[in-house]
Design a protein. Sequence first.
Length: 125
Amino acid sequence: MKLIQSMQALSPLALLASLLLAAPLAVAEDFEIQGSAEAGQQPYQQQCASCHGNSGQGDGPAARAFNPPPASLLREELSAEHLFKVTRDGGMAHGLAPTMPAFNRSLNEQQIHDVVAYLLSLRDE
Ligand code: HEC
């Protein structure tokens, strides 16, 4: 009984300690896309274009069915890290609509890097 009480008292401290330890790590981690735009084209066209449009502008045939509709993925303010994480984890995990599916099962990490590289390449066109 005493042991349980002291563990309960400790847990907020443990939580705080883990937050303090995790914070500098999160800042130190530099995100870089390591993918090939060429390799990303096919998975993008197969898995994303129906909603996001062939050129990523949010004008796919299914786009109008969604509220909010998918916005253009070519916007400069969307970082590579944001594109990668939303694609991997889905909209809901990042405060966006759950209608943006998570692709961590249908695409592997490398394919997600490739798809994001492809999206970034579309910005220049
Ligand atoms: C079933 C339709 C659908 C498919 C398929 C889909 N998305 Fe989305 N996606 C959405 C919707 C809807 C949103 C808008 C969510 C919001 O704004 O809250 C979205 C948002 C996003 C965002 C966030 C953009 C922003 O404005 O912050 C990214 C990144 C994204 N999608 C990437 C992808 C990629 C890459 C694929 C393919 C691997 C894909 N999506 C496939 C529907 C889809």
